[in-house]
Design a protein around this ligand. Structure first.
Ligand SMILES: C[S@@+](CC[C@H](N)C(=O)[O-])C[C@H]1O[C@@H](n2cnc3c(N)ncnc32)[C@H](O)[C@@H]1O
Length: 212
């Protein structure tokens, strides 16, 4: 399970992705609310799973350019299949790649976000450095994760998951020239689909690339 959540692959990866959609839709809505997406913005999602929620992003404002980056071949394939229309219309581009070595020019995005992905960054600074590079000055990073207390209750998180407190994330942002703006927390509705404890406490940490 830990391996599949980190990098879903094959038919069991597809099943895990479906379960993640059910477990994480609330966090998508919460994070998109936090992002306050405006028309004409350029947005990057890192780690989109099977891409079910791209239409939600497009529903937030007109004329968006949205890019998804995921290092799982299976997830990129599934997301391309699921979002054919958005890709054909030209607003959505899905790329296979990893967030510590992104195939994008510097200063490409107004907003970068990731939901349930930072747990898998073995050296978070390498990823934050890259995110800093691809953000425009004044652009913002939205990192949504579940609390350490909730994650500890899931047996598979013993295998290579990193969790963060608000203070720890603030320090990491500071070390990477990202100005910590706020930590919004939310109490998720009860959900038992993945053997998860009910009533998770989750956070969306917001940080900004300083306009140096
Ligand atoms: C636990 S899933 C979360 C999926 C979705 N965001 C959600 O919350 O339901 C993690 C996703 O991030 C991708 N991922 C993990 N680490 C990554 C990295 N360093 N670069 C790009 N994609 C990554 C995985 O392939 C997977 O699709």
């Amino acid at each position: 399970m830990a391996r599949q959540l980190r990098k879903p692959a094959g038919s069991s990866g597809m099943e895990v992705a479906e379960k993640m959609n059910a477990a994480n839709e609330f966090l998508y809505d919460f994070t998109l609310d936090e992002m306050m997406i405006r028309e004409n913005q350029s947005i990057l999602e890192i780690g989109f799973g099977n891409g079910k929620f791209f239409p939600k992003q497009f529903s937030r404002a007109d004329n968006l350019r949205i890019t998804g980056l995921d290092f799982s071949r299976s997830m990129v394939k599934a997301a391309r299949k699921q979002n054919k229309e958005l890709i054909r219309e030209g607003g959505l581009s899905l790329v296979k790649g990893q967030s510590d070595k992104m195939p994008f020019p510097s200063a490409s995005f107004d907003k970068v976000f990731c939901i349930n992905v930072a747990y898998f960054w073995d050296d978070p600074q390498e990823h934050l450095l890259e995110i800093y590079r691809v953000l425009r000055p004044g652009g913002r990073l939205y990192t949504t994760i579940r609390s350490r207390e909730n994650m500890k209750l899931l047996p598979f998180t013993r295998y290579g998951f990193k969790t963060y407190t608000e203070e720890e994330w603030k320090l990491l942002c500071h070390l990477n020239n990202l100005l910590f703006i706020r930590c919004s927390s939310v109490h998720e509705p009860d959900f038992t689909g993945m053997g998860a404890p009910t009533g998770n406490r989750s956070f969306c940490m917001v940080a900004e690339k300083r306009d140096l």
